[in-house]
Write a protein that binds this ligand. Sequence first.
Ligand code: SF4
Length: 923
Amino acid sequence: MNHARATVISVQSAPKSVARTPTLAQTTCPYCGVGCGVDITLETAGNKTTLKSLTGTPEHPANFGRLCVKGTNLLETNDLNGRLTQPQMGGKPVSWDTATSAIAEKMQQVIDEHGPDAVALYVSGQLLTEDYYVANKFMKGYVGSANIDTNSRLCMSSAVAAYKRAFGEDIVPCNYEDLEQTDLLILTGSNAAWTHPVLFQRMERAKRQNPDMKVVVVDPRATDTSTLADLHIPLKPGTDAVLFNGLLHFLAQNGGLDTDFIAASTSGFEAALSSAAEYSLSRVAEECDVPEHDILALFTLFLERQRAITFFSMGINQSTSGVDKGNAIINCHLATGKIGKTGSGPFSITGQPNAMGGREVGGLANMLAAHMDIDNAQHRDRVQRFWQSPRMADKPGLKAVDLFKRINEGKVKFVWIMATNPVVSMPNRCEVEAALSKCDMVVVSDMVTKNDTLKFAHIALPASGWSEKNGTVTNSERRISRQRGLMKPAGESRHDWQALCAVAAKMGFAEHFDYQHPAEIFDEHARLTAFENHGNRALDLGGLSGLTTAEYDNFRPVQWPVPEKTVAGATRLFADGAFFTADKKARFIAISPCLPEQQTTTAFPFVLNTGRSRDQWHTMTRTGKAGKLLKHAPYSQLSLHPEDIKALGLSAQELVAVNSACNTGEPVILPVVEDKQLRKGNCFAPIHWSATWGSNLTLGALFNGAHDPLSGQPELKQGAVSVAAVSFNLHGQMIISDADVAAALSPAFDYWAKTTTDGGTAFRIASNNDTGSLFSNLKSVLPAHWLLVTRQHEKGLTVIATSENRFVFGLWLENSYRALPDEWLDSCLQQDDISSELLANLLRGTPDEAFLNGKLVCSCFSVREKTIETAIQAGCSSVDRLGNELKCGTNCGSCKPELQKMIDSYSSTQTAKAVTPEVILHD
Ligand code: SF4
């Protein structure tokens, strides 16, 4: 695909004469902070636009044509099933006019009676910059409260605070090319192979092209990211600041300091070094619980290598001392001058598509706007004059954890939640639920009709989604790209900025919120960044102001700052050794490492770590729609070290109850799986699954809301939990073609967890009931015209239903769990005419041989574990050879680290076998 073919079009203005001709539009992926460019072929017939196919944008500098499995399957998640298409009040459809009038009246009433700090907005890194800008301006400049916080608080607010402390401004100094041009890449607190796959693939290629480049992974777990590592440091959770303090001390002891840079461009070095001086190699090894020679190997690499990148993410940020950890990392880069240079720097990667855009407009409660400070009177005055605002917020607002606490205390009486699902993603779920159930008015703007948060909405507003939203996003390397509106918003859905403007107008601010197009909002945002800037703020988009709508529509990705129209954007910052503090010097911060607050006890002896699953995104409202994306991990599960599994007397796939001291609700119940790459005493669960997906999937309830005192970011990487077997009379599976019947059936079971398949919905279930009562419950829900066949046997019950000779429902219950492959059951659902032989196999629970090949590894080509193992045993000793043989890993590449892990695992068994005779001889 060449540049000429990739002409960006404005879909809405496509001439009628080409209405049936496929055209190419360019946009961005709505998932992670890599910010990949996406090319879409679309076809318009009359008023209807159809997205036909999708590929990565070859010339987009974030991905150069590559997409991970989530991006590749975007079109599979873009249908109208489950879309909220009309405003609702009390569950009843209403007009936009009615809904926005009710919101405006309630906000005004609460403000009049209790002051502006009694209302709040809780927004999201999924908003586009234009939505975010309007939300921030509305709250801080017109409502007069800074009670606007965002789910980015849970993602990278510690990195923001660390950058600001060190550099005087929230600035990510590096870019993606640095990952390819470095000598040493340290990934700490990041499973990039799963969370930022396209970037990880860039790292893999860089290492292939430069075998001398060293990669170190610092993570309590050995993840798929570790397959790239020359060295893995499996440190004790929460000891990252000990490690980096130790590194600073080591550098000073071993001639590793850039004394010229320290003298010319920094302040506070002596105090930072003095704090670090206590962290000798042996102390670091002991506190991090890692062999001293491995710590020495990492420190020596950092000392000797000219260039180094420290790539960090949620494992650093989601901590009660996340800001200190960030600064401990930055200190090491400042001490060695490894910053502002090619292939060097402390590189925080954001989890969300537009967390960075939110940071630019001031979407966090402790920011003002355009990188100006809310606690700075001069900044407030400047922004007030620019906005011509009647009432400016004059102090920081409530950060996420405190916001929900204040709602629970009745101090905040109105909250408008936009594009996020805090009941799932926040810690202390029971408190968040209690808060929302007692709040006077909860407004939720979302695309979907159901999620855990919408249950609490008094008013639900239908929001436009990806492919409809039209604006800009900023990725992790400060690159602004267009996310283009390709289709009309579904039903009566509106853009979030439009909903905000409608409410603002009804509160008397129409004149200041009368935008007709996102280009006008972007222009205002760009002008504010440049307003009285005089080079004092790095965030300067002056060169992007004054764009016409056509120029805005044709906007090419660019990295800020862009102070003038003639400037192409800055690939890297601080090259001149000048920072954005008052004295232009970067600040070292003296760090005293702290332990995590949620410590294990006798009653709650396991450290619970959370993170992402490879093919899912956030709370699965989008990725959960694609059966293909659920094949890699159909259900949530708890990973435990094999020795812990043995000590607890558990077996693989057994259901366990996970609980913590702060949980006042039901325990979380998950099947257990073995992961020998975990530290003993640690367990891991993915964040995505929620009460929408199962009876006991309320992970956030296990974390007590402990958070960093500076950033407010919650400690979601270290809970203290108990793990115990949970017993049920009956265990089993169920699969149903009809979604409504599936929803009606699930409450019949004491435990259920569901997953989307290509042909319907599959369940894992358990019950303390007997088969007779369960069967009569089910019969009352199943459609009367379904033909039921049952098989009662000594271990339990099987029920099969057919309709018009199609298999539409199956239930298998036994006294212990026996897993039938969901994919076999799903393939049966999709057959038009069910044979008597297949019916008999379903009744007996005897799967076809072809479906007994283990878990799916390559989602793109449906290649399973056992097929891959056989190929490895037959001599496929590299990922490339597996790709040639089986095609696995040859499309999006998301499974390549897992393939490498399987090869490594097989090689280590072979090596172990090879050394056995020596051991015997020695004995
Ligand atoms: Fe989307 Fe994957 Fe790119 Fe992230 S890496 S932006 S999820 S395609």
